[in-house]
Design a protein. Structure first.
Length: 659
């Protein structure tokens, strides 16, 4: 069998290949990890099998996931969404568990004698099936710009409660595996310990964490900050484990403690690499549990357990959302988004199997159905609009009415500007356009924002600028320009495609965060791309120059020249240790000193052909002065060549200069 190092290399290599393959298919990497576990596991190729070391690392993956979830649970956020979270979310989880227990009771007598399905097992199974995938759903909603829509808020609220419900389920499921005659006493004892530990951690820990983090931050050491973060996360997990509770519960509480401090966002960024890598290993170990032979021999049962829970959750969530006042379309979109299984379902199923609460055969078929439902989730969410339109004539009427409202508001306008997104940037633009007596019409997916802005007289309608029908209703063929005010490259590319299909000559101005996607957006047809970071740098520099006495006309000329050159002089910057997590495709600057014997010494820039590597020479420092970066410039020993380009391109160019 493999040594520890060989097993680690196998897992890493397989994980890389699996994630790359699923990324190429635009599917969540989590599914790639599951597929890798299935393929290399003991029930398929047999290259790897679960052992104590891999299980421990997998548990740490769940620990860091629960810590990240705890970071999201701030009390103000929960209170603001309390009706959705503790109303709709609670009802969905409780009713799903009850429905699963009723189904388990009905089929228990029909199962073979070798398969025992107790009410405790049905409860654990219900808890696992009640979960939906936060990772898949939130990613899809973000890409579709639906986080702030009416159904997006309901979806996020239900997901929040599902994540919160994992905490008591992690306590309950191991307790259910104990002696049935003492189950009430076991539950009471576990609950009592949980309350005591949580009170101690939340009351005493709250004061300690804030004070201690302040002391650590003042040392200005990233290494110390990271060590401290790991200490608190794993320390809280150890405390709850010593109290007879789960590791994940302590990590969740640690996340909650830090969520109330000003260090929350820094912690989120620092913990992400640990969480993602270890969580990936957890999903690989889950995939190893799946016995392909059992699935193939019982394909009809897997298919039944795939369709049954998905349809049940869709119907249950849609009905509950309707009872909570949502329209038919919003209810069905919410149900479709949450019908699949989730990552915490695997955690709970794994836990139930670990305490022998559930038969291994049941775990195999349920696990297979959950994996398949998660594979189907991105496609279901992507087609949710078409599904809802076909299922509900009322929704079709509502959509038609919304489009009619947009069309009626823009019917009399000519040469107007269509503003995609009416957030802060969109509203600032609208104000300036109004002052210049230029007509505009904005489209936004936040109903509350639209309602308030309309009441104040703003020309804005509820609608998705990424839909062909909305753009036509907004008068795209009569418009003078479109301005995309939200910083999301996938959504901007989709809108650019539609805009140039409907009105090929219409200029489209796009907002982006930085210059990483500037060339891609330009290639897709954007007339102008406005990178926030570079524009901020320009404004900062222009104000500084004016304060230092540089004439206003010269400052304006410099700013205009930078824009006309597509920010060429500003693109890229020298990276340091604090930029280690930046995107590798981001343009950067890198200084290369030509030492004696370097390949570039004595050669002209044109002969080296550095452009073939994908990088360019930004400047050449020679002694205390500068040498012009021309093709005929001959490089000398001691020259410092400043390269500009992506990380890989810069590395290739450096190699050409030195070797």
């Amino acid at each position: 069998m493999f040594s520890s190092l060989e097993l680690t290399l196998l897992l890493l290599g397989s994980a890389v290949l699996g994630v790359v393959a699923f990324r190429m298919m635009h599917l969540p990497p989590m599914l790639g990890y599951l597929a890798v576990g299935i393929v290399i596991g003991p029930h398929a190729l047999g290259l790897a099998e679960q052992n104590e070391a891999s299980q421990t690392l997998a548990e740490f993956g769940v620990v860091f996931l629960m810590f990240s979830i705890g970071l999201e649970f701030s009390l103000p956020k929960l209170m603001a969404m309390r009706r959705i979270v503790f109303g709709l979310g609670l009802a969905q989880v409780v009713l799903t568990i009850i429905a699963t227990m009723v189904f388990g009771w009905l089929v228990a007598s029909k199962l073979p004698a070798s398969i025992h399905l107790s009410w405790q097992a049905s409860f654990a199974l219900g808890g696992a099936l009640a979960m939906s995938s936060t990772a898949i759903v939130s990613k899809m909603l973000t890409e579709r710009l639906e986080l702030e829509s009416a159904h997006g808020r309901k979806i996020i609220g239900i997901l929040l409660f599902q994540d919160l419900a994992v905490v008591p389920l992690l306590i309950l499921i191991p307790s259910l595996a104990k002696n049935p005659h003492t189950i009430l006493a076991t539950l009471a004892w576990a609950s009592g310990k949980a309350v005591v530990v949580l009170v101690l951690l939340l009351v005493i820990g709250q004061k300690l964490v804030r004070g201690w983090f302040t002391i650590v931050v003042k040392r200005r050491s990233q290494e110390l900050f990271m060590l401290n973060l790991l200490l608190i996360t794993l320390g809280a997990a150890w405390i709850t484990e010593r109290a007879g509770l789960s590791l994940a519960l302590g990590a969740f509480v640690a996340g909650m403690l830090i969520s109330e401090t000003e260090f929350k966002h820094q912690v989120e960024e620092d913990i992400k690499p640990f969480r993602d890598v270890l969580l990936g290993l957890f999903f690989i170990t889950v995939g190893m549990l799946l016995n392909i032979r059992v699935v193939l021999d019982n394909w009809w049962l897997v298919l039944l357990l795939l369709c049954g829970p998905v349809l049940l959750k869709f119907a249950l969530i849609a009905v509950l959302a309707k009872l909570f006042g949502a329209s038919d379309g919003i209810s069905m979109r919410t149900g479709l988004a949450l019908a699949q299984a989730g990552e915490f379902g695997f955690v709970l199923l794994n836990l139930a199997g670990g305490v022998d609460l559930m038969d291994s055969f049941v775990i195999q078929v349920v696990l297979a159905s959950m994996v398949l439902s998660m594979l189907a989730a991105p496609f279901i969410i992507a087609k949710s609009d078409q599904i809802v339109m076909k299922m509900s004539s009322n929704e079709w009427m509502m959509q038609s009415l919304a489009l009619t409202k947009i069309a009626s508001r823009t019917m009399a306008t000519q040469k107007h500007v269509i503003i995609a997104g009416f957030g802060r940037s969109g509203q600032s633009l609208a104000t300036l356009l109004s002052e210049e007596k230029i007509d505009y019409h904005a489209l936004d997916l936040d109903p509350e924002r639209v309602q308030e802005a309309q009441a104040a007289g703003a020309k804005v309608s509820y609608g998705d600028a990424g839909r062909r029908e909305s753009l036509i209703a907004a008068g795209i063929k009569r418009a003078s320009a479109i301005v995309i005010t939200y910083a999301g490259t996938p959504a901007a590319l989709r809108l650019l495609h539609l805009a140039h299909e409907l009105a090929p000559t219409l200029p489209v101005i796009v907002r982006s965060v930085d210059d990483s996607d500037l060339d891609q957006l330009k290639a897709a047809g954007a007339a102008e791309v406005v990178p926030e970071l570079l524009e901020g740098s320009l404004m900062l520099a222009s104000h500084a120059l004016i304060m230092l006495g540089v004439p206003l006309r010269r400052v304006v000329h410099r700013v205009q020249a930078a824009r006309e050159a597509r920010y060429a002089s500003l693109r890229g910057y020298f990276h340091g240790a604090s930029d280690a997590g930046d995107d590798a495709d981001l343009v950067r600057l890198h200084s290369v000193t030509l030492v004696p014997g370097a390949k570039g010494v004595g050669q002209a820039l044109g002969e080296l052909d550095l452009a073939a590597s994908g990088a360019e020479v930004a400047s050449i420092r020679r002694g205390r002065g500068q040498a012009e970066a021309r093709p005929e410039t001959v490089l000398e020993t001691g020259d410092v060549v400043v390269l500009r380009g992506a990380a890989e391109a810069v590395a290739r160019a450096e190699s050409r200069l030195l070797r």
